[in-house]
Design a protein. Sequence first.
Length: 148
Amino acid sequence: AKYAGLTEGDAHVIRNAGGRASDDAIRSLVISYKLLGTREWFVIHHTDCGMELFTNEIMGDLLSNSLETATIDASGWHDVGKGPGCTDGKYINWLTIKNQEQSVAEDVRRIRNHTLVPKNIPIYGFIYDVRSGKLVEVPAAMAAGRPL
């Protein structure tokens, strides 16, 4: 909100790992619209996101070994914990990111097509470039998010 020049109360900012359109994020958006009158939504992912550094399989395997903090180096992720772990992580979709533009467009489409989302709300899709400080429009997301 601060980056966009907004002050407290101007926007309802919903943050989660990767900025993904999870069920909980959509729940928050619907509440924001229905009870607070939010009139437009922005999906903003960012470059150099940690969600690009692993897959569902990697996360599930790491958690199976232990619940302690893992490490990463040039050869990948390593679990240094002693255990015990838990296999429940293998059954969670961690909403990892392979391609920023695709994930933004996917998230905008998911929000747009949700049954609880009014079709007249514009939904915009951007990637925040952490190096330049610029918002980069994602054309496929912008097209998917147009009000119907």
